[in-house]
Design a protein around this ligand. Structure first.
Ligand code: FRU
Length: 493
């Protein structure tokens, strides 16, 4: 694995042409996705600032241009009219080399569209000459010309009672009040993860520290909370966050999680009262830092997009100097005491050719590079193997065991393994049995939606040339479509 020096990691991009050779190399990778967003070169991580504005969806993501390394981060801007086909608009927030408050990266944040501007709240990751870090909460205003105007001073600096880990501002409108909140992911001095709350009646000024968000029962739950957010779906409040550096039952060796708690948010007492336990958002291996579009009211539905990747992990594409992509957008609803995630209905537009296959006969079929398979399942065991060789061996296995009433996703059969420390399989009980599956395959990923969004497994996979077959066994009714390309990752910096 390549070792990066600090200079290489934090090198500033002066001229887009510096990346053109890298772009040529990256675009020739067999693992480039065809309908998932990915960076033109280098590393993509968290989605940021997801909003509907000026008749299109705007989404930004964390981008380090030089390779698969968490170095200097920019915000890269993409847009879509339908959340299916996306266009690159190029770099948006650029770290300010001349000792700006974000001199070592424009880190994650969120956005709020007001009038003809989008307000971008982000973390200025600042380091001094002794490499001491201070995190500033910064603001930029994006006009319809696409150019961000950064405010010269941050809204506030790091709170002295917490460690250097303070980041990922989420802008939230107070329900029924002319008041705004910023929720910041943080770490207490005794190394517990938490979220801090700031408030102001003006988006641009007067931010005041209100206190730490109280979440009874979750005072010692991971040592840092990244990307916290409180969302409201109908009458239901949801706290979404990424607790770090803890292991959880059923999650193998994973130490970074993206999950949620349903409950009730009281902004006056800064208390989120859980109604139920912490659940992971996704049961697969590679999903983190998911963000909801920030104008639920206007768009009238809750849409979530995540980073299809996790921190502290190397991927096979690291060697090719790129890593990461975004998940498909999902529509969120609350069913019972759980969040349900369904692929957006718009994604049906991607369906191209319908491939006729026999029901669950166990025969081996050629797997298109981009495909969707939908299955209705009758009671009984079901086994699907994707990315097998031409004899149906190996690959990713999805196995439903009727006697145990559980579904297992196992990627140990892939020739190229990675991130072994986190384990090879993930299990989820299905009390009501298995009745439906929708599976999206792209060149290097698989997203499995179980029982109409009741559980999702999102994982990267890196098939070799031989691993492009699949088979289905069980009393099922499968339908398969090839999918059209949907991201134009043309070179635009
Ligand atoms: C989450 C995260 C954020 C941070 C960003 C930096 O993956 O670590 O907490 O702002 O990535 O790229």
């Amino acid at each position: 694995m390549r070792e990066w020096t600090r200079e290489e990691k934090y090198r500033y991009l002066k001229d887009p042409q510096e990346l053109s050779e890298l772009y040529q190399k990256v675009s020739s990778s067999v693992w480039r996705q065809s309908y998932h967003n990915q960076a033109v070169t280098g590393l993509m991580n968290d989605p940021n600032g997801f909003v509907w504005h000026d008749n299109r969806w705007h989404l930004f993501y964390q981008w380090c241009p030089w390779g698969a390394v968490h170095g200097l981060k920019y915000w890269y801007h993409i847009v879509s009219k339908d959340l299916v086909t996306w266009k690159n608009l190029g770099i948006c927030l650029i770290p300010d080399e001349a000792d700006g408050y974000d001199n070592k990266g424009a880190y994650s944040g969120s956005a709020m569209p007001i009038g003809d501007k989008i307000y971008l709240y982000y973390t200025g990751n600042h380091r001094d000459e002794n490499w001491v870090r201070r995190a500033y909460t910064c603001l930029a205003r994006l006009g319809n010309d696409g150019w961000p105007e950064k405010y010269p001073l941050p809204l506030f600096g790091p709170h002295p009672d917490y460690t250097e880990h303070q980041r990922d501002p989420k802008i939230i409108k107070a329900p029924d009040k002319d008041l705004w909140y910023l929720l910041i992911g943080a770490q207490t001095k005794s190394k517990d993860g938490c979220a801090l709350v700031y408030a102001s009646d003006d988006l641009q000024h007067g931010w005041e520290f209100k206190g730490e968000l109280k979440v009874p029962g979750y005072e010692h739950f991971g040592d840092m909370w990244e990307c916290p957010s409180v969302e409201q779906f109908g009458n239901q409040d949801v706290l979404l966050f990424c607790p770090q550096h803890l292991t959880l039952p059923g999650r193998g060796g994973s130490r970074n999680h993206n999950g949620y708690i349903l409950g009730t948010m009281d902004w006056d007492t800064l208390t989120f009262t859980p109604d139920g336990q912490f659940h992971v958002l996704d049961f697969g291996f590679d999903s983190y830092a998911a963000a909801c579009a920030n104008n639920l009211q206007e768009a009238d539905r809750a849409i979530l997009i995540g980073w299809m990747g996790v921190p502290d992990v190397s991927y096979p594409t690291d060697e090719e100097d790129w890593a990461g992509c975004l998940t498909l957008p999902r529509e969120l609803t609350v069913r019972g005491r759980r969040l349900v995630q369904r692929p957006l209905p718009e994604l049906k537009k991607l369906r191209d050719e319908r491939i006729i296959m026999k029901a669950g006969d166990g025969g081996c079929y050629k797997l298109p590079k981009a495909a969707e398979i939908e299955l209705d399942c009758r009671p009984g065991d079901v086994e699907l193997d994707f990315f097998t060789d031409s004899e149906g061996k190996g690959g990713v296995t999805i196995r439903y065991d009727e006697a145990k009433k559980e579904i297992v996703v196992d990627r140990s059969g892939m020739k190229l393994t990675f991130n072994e420390e986190e384990g090879f399989s993930r299990t989820r009980p299905l009390e009501a049995g298995l009745y439906h599956l929708r599976i999206f395959v792209d060149a290097s990923s698989i997203e499995i939606f179980v029982n109409d969004g009741d559980a999702v497994f999102t994982s990267r996979v890196f098939p070799t040339e031989e691993e492009h077959h699949f088979r289905v066994k069980g009393d099922v009714f499968p339908r398969l479509w090839t999918l059209k390309p949907a991201v134009r990752d043309h070179f635009l910096i």
